[in-house]
Design a protein around this ligand. Sequence first.
Ligand code: ADP
Ligand code: MG
Length: 255
Amino acid sequence: MIITIANQKGGVGKTTTALNVSAALAFSGKNTLLVDTDPQANCTISLIKEIDKDAKSLYDVMVKNDVSIDDVIVKSTVPGLDIAVSKISMAKLEPSLLGEIDAHFRLRDILETVKEKYNYIIIDTPPTLGLITINALVAAEGIIIPIQSSYLCLEGTDDLLETIEKVKKVANTNIEILGVLITLFDKRTNLSKDVAKRIKSVFGEKVFKNVISKSVKLEESPAYKESIFTFAPRSVGSIQYKKVAREIINREKKK
Ligand SMILES: Nc1ncnc2c1ncn2[C@@H]1O[C@H](COP(=O)(O)OP(=O)(O)O)[C@@H](O)[C@H]1O
Ligand SMILES: [Mg+2]
């Protein structure tokens, strides 16, 4: 199953979710590919030991005919988890594909060639609703929307939902919101609880039962090039992301 992690807001936990959910799936025996489409390349930097600065990246695959996705797939520090690497050059994607008739379909067509090899493909996206995110939505079967439990958390979700609807209508009738994940939750504050209630009133059953709490360990683990499961296996973040991965597997089975 191809799952895109999307929310055009920055700092809501997309990358943290993409890499820890991918790692959880890999640890539970699922062959997983994490596709980093963000020019910031946070997934790539966080889970690859030695980054070859001259190597090609997803940008080259999406723009050039003679580069295949296999050329940019690298083993991560997590056993069973591969990463299709990103680089800052991804920021040039939009101008590079200007006028190309299949600009929105490139990632879907590329992933078609490796889909058979993986149980799960997880796509991390940049904080925009531009061409990169559209490609990730067109390629997706399920969407996970991380929402930070903060005062203005729902600001902008209308635009995201509208974009998803448009993609569904025009390019990909298969997509569905697989789940909404409440992130950066702080159970000590009333605000967090209020916000979680509000998110549930908007998204209902789509909201995952498990939330992700604010946790220093989750913030630290990328600096050590590890997922939360080896960095702090007994931490709250580790337990919560494992449970969310379980929910994802169950929801996918139901589909
Ligand atoms: N549950 C969490 N607890 C503490 N810090 C978090 C948590 N989730 C994310 N962060 C931190 O917040 C920042 C933004 O998260 P990130 O996953 O990069 O968001 P996005 O990809 O949506 O921009 C990062 O520094 C990350 O380490
Ligand atoms: Mg990110």
